[in-house]
Design a protein around this ligand. Structure first.
Ligand code: PLP
Length: 456
């Protein structure tokens, strides 16, 4: 269906979409009998519509990938032009947009970046980054944080620091988890962010020493943790991790699949902390998910490892021209529309102050935190004990209060990004100030529902 031509209220079309989906589509992360996906007829900018014409303001950017919004004319045109010119070509042949995109990513990433290996998305970017680190160092173990998400393929799901994701098996024997800083729920009993940094780094050092530094290929972390709570590194933490990596000859992999490409108001989130990783994984925002694309940015040193020795790995669609063309257009659009500057401005001037006001007002809000257009509102049942308002049940499904708050948002026309006991604010980066305020107003109102559960 062409969204632009879609006439709303077409119940026959809606019925068909729903029925084909229910009959034939096997869905992610769900019990198949328990789902009822909303049929979507059309998307435009920060909004999308169902077949009844109900409008939703998208505060989740789909899966935090639609950074430039639905149907951005620059992205659509780049894909159309590329499809008309050369729709696909295999990776071993050089291709103009693939090379141009790799060049622009390298130039905008980190000091010492040399090349890009393209993948189809985030999880395979993580798989390949780890494989490169293992070959480069000759070591096997990889350290990853609890409260992280790195994807659902074998090594990526094992790295992911969230037990409910492990139901499909922890498949990589070389993965060890450690605790990162999280002042609101500090496992180190820290009283200040600085103390949290110091203790988290001491814990990481101890983990490295007890595992045996000579066995550890890499430490992987999300520069700003996304799905698991928008956890901003405490002061000096990332630099401290970098220093530990240098001390023990371990590679630092920054997973920027969600935080990268403008979400925090920087090309990559680590840039705000003046830290240079060895490998960077990216996907999602590289082209707003218009065509599946991800990749690994590779340092000169790691690149050199494979200068004479063949790299064991590859994908048929590595650097697919349609995805790459949309990636090149993304750089142009970011520059033309001043995306990074406006994300920083909206985060500091609009979202931050409003969320702090919301935190003051609602007893169900334990903490708000974030940066750019990447924020979390953490909901609690009791502000003193910090007991989460919205626990998962034994099956890993959200319990009633979660659904009630989400339903209140949807009823008011907002599609929220809800994860665990958090409402997360991650709208497309092109959102107007007016729409941003509109969405925050809806959240403010929906939190009255959450307040009703406090102390219950
Ligand atoms: N890494 C991070 C930080 C992510 O947020 C995600 C997805 O949400 C992934 C990796 C996996 O990406 P994909 O779903 O494209 O495989």
């Amino acid at each position: 269906l062409n969204g632009a031509e879609q006439s709303f209220g077409d119940t026959e079309a809606q019925r068909e979409v729903r029925e084909n989906d229910r009959q034939y589509v096997f869905h992610s992360w769900s019990a198949q009998g328990a789902i009822n996906p909303l049929p979507i007829a059309k998307g435009e900018g920060v909004r999308f519509w169902d077949y009844d014409g109900t409008e939703y303001l998208d505060f989740s950017s789909q899966l935090v990938n639609l950074n430039l919004g639905h149907q951005h004319p620059g992205l659509v045109k780049a894909i159309q032009d590329q499809a008309g010119r050369l729709a696909t070509i295999q990776p071993a042949m050089a291709n103009d947009v693939r090379g141009e995109l790799a060049k622009r990513i390298v130039e905008h990433s980190f000091e010492g970046a040399r090349s890009v290996f393209f993948t189809n998305g985030g999880a395979d970017a993580v798989e390949y980054a780890v494989r490169m680190a293992r070959h480069h160092t000759g070591r096997q173990k990889v350290l990853a944080r609890y409260r992280s998400y790195h994807g659902s393929t074998s090594t990526a799901i094992t790295l992911t620091g969230e037990p409910r994701r492990w139901a499909n098996g922890t498949l990589d024997a070389g993965v060890v988890h450690f605790h990162g800083p999280y002042p609101y729920r500090s496992v180190f009993y820290s009283e200040t962010p600085e103390q949290e940094t110091e203790r988290a780094l001491a814990h990481l050092r101890a983990t490295i020493e007890l595992e045996g530094p000579a066995t550890i290929a890499a430490i992987i972390l999300e520069s700003v943790t996304g799905t698991n709570g928008i956890l901003i590194p405490t002061p000096g933490y990332l630099a401290g991790v970098r220093a530990l990596c240098d001390e023990f000859g371990i590679l630092l992999i920054a997973d920027e699949v969600m935080a990268g490409f403008g979400r925090t108001g920087h090309w990559f989130a680590f840039q705000a902390f003046d830290v240079h990783p060895d490998l960077v994984t990216f996907a999602k925002g590289v082209n707003s998910g218009y065509v599946p694309l991800g990749g690994v940015v590779i340092s000169e040193a790691v690149h050199q490892t494979f200068d004479q020795k063949p790299f064991p790995g590859g994908l048929t669609y590595s650097g697919h021209p349609l995805g790459a063309a949309a990636g090149v257009a993304t750089f142009d659009i970011f520059e033309d529309e001043g995306i990074l500057e406006r994300v920083r401005d909206l985060g500091e001037r609009v979202v931050g102050p409003r969320l702090r006001e919301i935190a003051e007002k609602h007893p169900s809000v334990g903490e708000v935190r974030g940066t750019g257009l990447f924020w979390a509102i953490e909901l609690v049942k009791d502000p003193d004990t910090r007991e989460p308002l919205i626990p998962f049940n034994a099956a890993g499904e959200a319990a009633a209060p979660f659904n009630a708050v989400v339903a209140a948002c949807k009823q008011a026309g907002l599609w929220p990004f809800a994860a665990g006991n958090r409402l997360q604010v991650a709208p497309p980066l092109i959102i107007s100030e007016e729409d941003l305020v509109k969405g925050l107003d809806i959240i403010d109102e929906a939190l009255n529902v959450a307040d009703g559960y406090v102390g219950e």
